[in-house]
Unconditional design. Structure first.
Length: 398
C-alpha cells in the first residue's frame, strides 16, 4: 500500500464521513448476522446473499440509497475476507466497528483517469459521489492502480492508500548476512554493533500527554471539553505512530540495500503481547507489569519492521529459532542464564567474553543463519567441529 495525505474541503469531508458511516453500518450488520449463528441453525448468509439483502435495504431506506453502492458492497466483501481469514486461523474474528475508530472504506474498479497529477506536490483522486479530492503527491503513485482505500485516523486526518505490489529492493550481491535482535530498550540491535531505536515522543511531548490524560479523566463524559482533550491526545498518539512507521520504512530499506540475507528471531508478537488480566475465577498475575511490557513491545515496532523487510527483500529474510540466543556466548558457544547479567551486559561465565547483550544475541542469530546457508550448500554447519588434520591413507575397502 502506498499511502498519501488527503486534503478534502469541508463539504468533501462531510461526504467522506458519510461513506465511512455507511461502510461501518453495513459491516456491523454483517457481524450481527454471524453473531446469531449457533450449531444446529442454518448457516449465516454469505457474500452473495448479503449483497441481495443490501439491494433490498437500499430500495427501502432512502438514506442508505443515497450512498455509494461500491462502498457498501466492498464493506461486505471486506467482511467476507475477514471471516475467511478467521476460519484459516490467521486472524481474529471480525468484531464491531465503533465510530471514530478504524474509519474508512474501499473503492475498486479504478480507471486509469481516476488518479491524476496536478503539480509537483499535488494530485487528486476521483471518489464516487464526492468528486475529485486532492492529496499530497509525496511520491510517485504506482502504475496500474485497481483499488484504493480512504481512511480517517483518530486525529481527524484523512489518507488514501493505493493498492499496488511493492517493487523489491535489489540485493547488493556481496553475500553479507546480518543478524537483528529486537528489544524494548534497543528496538533493533545489529550483529555489526549498530543500535537502532524507534524515535518516540520527546520529553516535552510526554509531559503534555500525561497532563492531557489527567485532564480527560476529570472531564465530564459527553462534554465539549472532553472531546477537545481527546482530540489533542489523539494528535500526539498519531505523531508517535507516524515516527514509528517512518523508522520502520527507513530501517527496512537500509537493511535490504546493505545485506543479502537478514536474519531475525521468529517471534510470535501477537502471542507475546496478549493481555494478562485473566478472568474473575482465575485472575492474572503481574498484570500492570505485563501491560507495560506489551506497550514497550508494540512501541518498538517489532512486527512492522519484519513485515516491511519481507515486502522489500522477499526470500532474503530468515526467521531463526529464538531459544537461547540471548544466553549463548558468541565467542565460545557456552549457554548459561547467568551470563546475561543485565539488560545491556553479557559476560560469559565460561570464557569471560564480555559484550553488549543485544549485540551478542544478534551475532548468534547471524551465525545460525550462516550455518543454515552452509548446510543448504552441502557443507558442515557453521560452528560444527571439523577435523582438518591430514588423514592417513587407508586401505581400500574389500
Amino acid at each position: 500500500m502506498s499511502r498519501y495525505r488527503l486534503s478534502p474541503t469541508p463539504a468533501q469531508e462531510a461526504a467522506l464521513a458519510e461513506h465511512c458511516g455507511h461502510a461501518r453500518f453495513v459491516w456491523n450488520l454483517a457481524v450481527e448476522q454471524h453473531a446469531h449463528w449457533k450449531p444446529g441453525r442454518t448457516s449465516a448468509p454469505g457474500f452473495a446473499e448479503q449483497c441481495r439483502q443490501l439491494t433490498e435495504a437500499r430500495t427501502e431506506f432512502a438514506w442508505l440509497r443515497g450512498g455509494s453502492i461500491i462502498v457498501q458492497q466492498q464493506a461486505l466483501k471486506d467482511f467476507a475476507q475477514a471471516m475467511s481469514n478467521f476460519f484459516s486461523k490467521t486472524h481474529k474474528r471480525p468484531t464491531w466497528r465503533k465510530r471514530g475508530r478504524g474509519e474508512g472504506f474501499r473503492i475498486v474498479a479504478v480507471k486509469a483517469g481516476d488518479v491524476r497529477r496536478l503539480s509537483r506536490n499535488a494530485g487528486e483522486v476521483k471518489v464516487p459521489k464526492v468528486g475529485w479530492v486532492r492529496f499530497r503527491w509525496s511520491r510517485l503513485v504506482p502504475d496500474g492502480v485497481k483499488s484504493y482505500r480512504i481512511t480517517r485516523d483518530r486525529a481527524g486526518r484523512w489518507h488514501v492508500a493505493f493498492a499496488a505490489i511493492p517493487t523489491p529492493v535489489p540485493a547488493p550481491g556481496t553475500g553479507e548476512i546480518v543478524g537483528v535482535d529486537r528489544g524494548v530498550t534497543v528496538s533493533a540491535a545489529l550483529s555489526t554493533g549498530e543500535m537502532l531505536r524507534v524515535p518516540g515522543l520527546r520529553k516535552a511531548e510526554k509531559s503534555r500527554l500525561l497532563r492531557l490524560q489527567r485532564k480527560v479523566s476529570r472531564a465530564k463524559r459527553g462534554s465539549n471539553r472532553r472531546v477537545k482533550v481527546k482530540q489533542a491526545i489523539a494528535t500526539l498518539k498519531a505523531r508517535e505512530t507516524d515516527r514509528r512507521k517512518d523508522w520502520a520504512e527507513k530501517t527496512s530499506t537500509d537493511l535490504a540495500r546493505r545485506f543479502d540475507v537478514i536474519a531475525v528471531e521468529d517471534l510470535k508478537v501477537r502471542t507475546m503481547t496478549r493481555a494478562a488480566r485473566g478472568t474473575i475465577e482465575a485472575p492474572g498475575r503481574n498484570v500492570r507489569q505485563k501491560a507495560g511490557l506489551n506497550r514497550g513491545i508494540l512501541a518498538a515496532g517489532w512486527g512492522r519492521l519484519v513485515t516491511r523487510l519481507e515486502h522489500k527483500a522477499p526470500g532474503r529474510v530468515q526467521r531463526i529459532d529464538p531459544r537461547y540466543t540471548s544466553q549463548t556466548c558468541n565467542a565460545c558457544k557456552h549457554t548459561a542464564r547467568e551470563s546475561r547479567e543485565s539488560q545491556a551486559l553479557f559476560r560469559c561465565v565460561a570464557c569471560g567474553h564480555q559484550a553488549n547483550a543485544d549485540v551478542n544475541a544478534a551475532r548468534n542469530i547471524k551465525d545460525t543463519a550462516a550455518g543454515h546457508a552452509v548446510a543448504a550448500r552441502g557443507g558442515p554447519p557453521l560452528g560444527a567441529l571439523v577435523n582438518r588434520e591430514p588423514q592417513p591413507d587407508l586401505p581400500p575397502a574389500a
